[in-house]
Design a protein. Sequence first.
Length: 309
Amino acid sequence: MIDKYINPHTDFGFKRLFGSEFNKELLISFLNAMFHGEQNVQDVTYLNSEQLGDRADARRAIFDVYCENDKGEKFIVEMQNVYQEFFKYRTIYYSTFPIREQAQRGGEWDFRLNPVYTIGLLNFNFADGLENAKRWHHEVKLMEVETHEVFYDKLTYIYVEIPKFDKMESELVTMYDKWMYVLKNLSRLMQRPAALQERVFTRLFEQAEIAKFNNEELKLYEDSMNAYRDIVNAIRTAEKTKYAEGEADSMAKGLAEGLEKGRAEGLEKGRTEGITKVAINMLGKGMPAELVAEMTGLPIDEVQRIQNF
């Protein structure tokens, strides 16, 4: 069966729907739905998604979507398809960029900061510190341990486990339910569900229909979809593969073990049939090393070593 609508888990699909000035009403609707009325975003301004460090040799950060609302609050939105052992740490690191860029040079800056929200849309179950949480939506803030009171309410991390969302169309009640249904099922739909009648979804389904793409858009989407399929196939392969020091019972553990072994024993020994193969295929198709690093979760220096091997 040929897909009618794009897969929002692909780099092209996600950025077309949520990272485009032309479609920013989709991002605004999604953010307002996610915050259950606590946010009333009227407008967003897209910011430079590539952030540089303080020094020439500092690690960069490349966000899927980086924007600011009409109140000066910053939002980083990331679609993550592959489990990465240190993804939690990466989101913490990412949040430092919009915090740091608010610093005012000279004058009498009082360290007042606007809120920063880092949002991870995860196409896997995120067990790192959330093993006992039953819901698919997780909101994390700094708190005082004894009282459980929020210590600082302007730094928020939201992790959304897409696979755990299991509502059927007939069960969709809130706008957040409807957006989650879209994120999980869009590429499998052949028509717009009756439950999604809001005007914003008219826009979404118009922009997501593959038949309306021009030749350039279609080529970009096909390349992005091929990279996504490579990742999915790598996950399935890794789940069946036994590593030298133990069986990979999931892509999460398998990739982490492979990468750690690669760092310890050198690139050649660390190569596995999983994520390294994906990176090789993506590089072979001419994709930039930075994009390969973002989509596979590999460090940029490791991707560059693969590229030059």
